[in-house]
Write a protein that binds this ligand. Structure first.
Ligand code: NAD
Ligand code: UD1
Length: 364
């Protein structure tokens, strides 16, 4: 039996492919590569030494999707495919609703037609909006504040209705907090197109010299040092959480909702300090005004995932920053259609360029 991974070439999807293959699952990947590169999948194969089929298909292409279900005996689906930039969702809401919501509806229709009813879905802590209390438990009020967040909220509701109509379905709705870091090999990681929106990719690009300085969005929040606090989780821990969630949906029908976070918050200044320590690079920054829509503090109540999945995040902030940095300096341009041979020489160049004591450890 095979697990279909939508959006498997993306940041979280590619890391989850590695963990699934390592756990012995057969996988098939579908991705339209709108925000990723086939090179990521080639590297997943290199890391794991395992092969799998990949299809450059858009979820909105119902016939294309159906053809995959005819070719492979799919037992479950992990659904990452979606657009995720908050600002872009405000300026292009229809595109976001079409891609994320309609894409998911088409996927569920094709699954239903083929009698595949196990689904793990990528939701987000963004569905909590500005939380009333922290840590945030799963039964908190949902009050998301932007079109991207509303696509996640709508999909969560649609999936509940699908289950209510047919309790043969088994669905996990996973609310991620802030995934960062990269695979320890330095071969796969987060590769934002254009200037990064999120903190860690931005810091990494300052460290590697691609960007001049970080803007810290506000230092007047009611937090320990005035800067925003978030629950950063290592992408490998998050990926292992998906393997556990898949086991859950395969063994117990229902709609299962879990926070995937660490339960610990770090401020922007703490993240800068941790990254400086991990990379040996100074991160220049200035304090600027608050980013509209930002919340002061957000971190997860993680008890439910631990009690019901036996899962909790193991990797700490230093490991997150070290792994993010290794990925960044080895791949300063991300995947960017780099040929394998070219990549090898580029790695050597990067190594020459950015040698810091922390890196020497990695190079050995
Ligand atoms: P990503 O952009 O790296 O990966 C998403 C993948 O989906 C990309 O490879 C993209 O090409 C593909 N895709 C998008 N629309 C598609 C379509 N219509 N058909 C086929 N493929 C399509 O993002 P990610 O960080 O890996 O996030 C994965 C999922 O997790 C997304 O749904 C995202 O909203 C959600 N999420 C991400 C974060 C985060 O901080 N990264 C936080 C919470 C939730
Ligand atoms: C953002 C999204 C959220 C999404 C999440 C993960 C917004 C308003 N929210 O959340 O919906 O689920 O990413 O993809 O975009 N920061 C800086 N300077 C920067 C970038 C960020 O100071 O250049 C600060 C932010 O103000 C925040 C913290 O760093 O306090 C983390 O920011 P970010 O990585 O963008 O994540 P979220 O704000 O949690």
């Amino acid at each position: 039996m095979t697990v279909l991974i939508t959006g498997g070439a993306g940041y979280i999807g590619s890391h989850t492919c590695v963990e699934l293959l390592n756990a012995g699952y057969e996988i098939v990947v579908v991705d339209n590569f709108s925000n990723s590169y086939p090179e990521a999948l080639r590297r997943v194969k290199e890391i794991t030494g395992k092969n799998f089929h990949e299809y450059p298909i858009d979820l909105l292409d119902q016939e294309g999707l159906e053809s995959i279900f005819l070719k492979h005996k799919i037992s479950s689906v992990i659904h990452f495919a979606g657009l995720k930039a908050v600002g872009e969702s405000v300026s292009e809401p229809l595109w976001y609703y079409r891609n994320n919501v309609i894409g998911t509806i088409i996927l569920c229709e094709v699954m239903k037609k083929n009698d595949v009813k196990n689904l793990v879905f990528s939701s987000s802590a963004t569905v909590y909006g500005k939380p009333d209390t922290v840590p945030i438990p799963e039964d908190s009020l949902l009050k998301t504040t932007n079109p991207y967040g509303r696509t996640k909220y709508m999909i969560e509701e649609i999936l509940r209705d699908v289950y209510v109509a047919d309790p043969e379905w088994s669905i996990a709705r996973l609310r991620y907090f802030n995934p960062i870091g990269a695979h320890i090999s330095g071969k796969i990681g987060e590769a934002p197109q254009g200037t990064p929106n999120n903190l860690l990719p931005y810091i990494s690009q300052v460290a590697v010299g691609k960007l001049n300085e970080l803007k810290v969005f506000g230092n007047d929040y009611e937090t320990q040092d005035g800067t925003g606090v978030r629950d950063y989780i290592h992408v490998v821990d998050l990926s292992i959480g998906h393997v556990k969630a898949l086991e859950k949906v395969e063994s117990e029908r229902g709609v299962h909702t879990y926070n995937l976070g660490t339960g610990r918050g770090y401020s922007v200044l703490e993240m800068i300090e941790a990254f400086e320590k991990a990379s040996g690079q100074e991160i220049s920054y200035i304090v600027s005004k608050r980013r509209p829509g930002d919340i002061p503090v957000c971190f997860a109540d993680t008890r439910k995932a631990f009690e019901e999945l036996g899962w909790r995040a193991e990797r700490g902030i230093n490991e997150m920053c070290e792994d993010a940095w290794r990925w960044q300096w080895r791949n300063p341009e991300g995947y960017h259609s780099i040929e394998a041979d070219h990549q090898t020489s580029l790695e050597k160049e990067s190594t020459k360029f950015f040698v810091a004591p922390q890196q020497e450890k990695v190079l050995k």
